[in-house]
Design a binder for this molecule. Sequence first.
Ligand SMILES: Cc1ncc(C[n+]2csc(CCOP(=O)(O)OP(=O)(O)O)c2C)c(N)n1
Ligand SMILES: [Mg+2]
Length: 323
Amino acid sequence: MKSRFGKDELLYLYRKLVLIRQAEEKVREEYGNDAMKTPVHLSIGQEAIPVGVLFGLPETTKCFGTYRNHALYLMLTDDTDGFFAELYGKATGVGRGKVGSMHLSAPESGLVATSAIVGTTIPLAVGAAFAAKYKKLDDVAIAFFGDGALEEGSFWESINFACLHRLRILFVCEDNNLAIHASAGERQGFRSISETVEGFECHCGSGDGSDVQEVSMVTRQIVERMAEQPKPGFLHLTYFRFLEHVGIAEDFNAGYRSRPAFAEMISLDPVLRFEKALLEKECSGDDLRAIRMEVDGKIAKSIQAAKLAPFPAPSELYTDVFA
Ligand SMILES: Cc1ncc(C[n+]2csc(CCOP(=O)(O)OP(=O)(O)O)c2C)c(N)n1
Ligand SMILES: [Mg+2]
């Protein structure tokens, strides 16, 4: 079956997946030197969700995310300079070296806010959608959140308010079935989030969050339905977290989950899976190698610049700090 995407679009998606993956693999390589003084919640396995959801959406889209935000940030900005400088705590970082990995934002590129506190950016996204409705704008707000946020009151209050007011907000649940080490069955009193949310006045969709083409297609469908009949959308996307909750290591020996078989690992890996699909269909090994090399060069330059950049001056201690 021929893909519904053209070759340029497929290579664009591949480049974004590779950019995120290679940037995070570099974080894993560099982290042991202890120069990045920030906890890191890596998105290895999750990349296809922000890439697929945001592909083709208007630049006016306002996104809100969590501490697991590297993929979202790099998808929206492509800014490896600001990203690495921030992880090294340098003044040239996207948060001037003061926000660390968990609070990356770039409002001018559509990433309004991310936060370390579970569930807290969901009502902010509702506020953005409410503001758009008030100003009679067609802008869509997107709240990205993990399955752990489904146990927070802020999620239920947010979806209730958004549905009541028929807001143009897309709720995207990035479901890895884990909140740190606890699986959904140990935490949730509902049988299925999709069936539960079906009872709300919203458009519902779901998909395999490891498959970038599927994510993009289900998002397009739901956004079209939201445009035809204004009310919120709820997208449930599953994916596999390859690494420990926070940090750079695998944790299959930690006792709460086991390592999937090799073949399954490949289907859960959004980059390898997409690479395989591309090679079987429209793209050559050279096409993909050229992209990986371009991305490698870009990341190497950003890391070098970040290492050379200055730390924020002591006089900056209280600037841009609101809480
Ligand atoms: C309000 C709140 N409660 C508890 C925590 C501690 N905590 C940090 S991450 C996390 C798990 C969240 O899981 P999920 O939302 O599924 O995101 P994931 O890490 O799987 O991406 C918890 C409970 C927190 N940061 N904020
Ligand atoms: Mg989770």
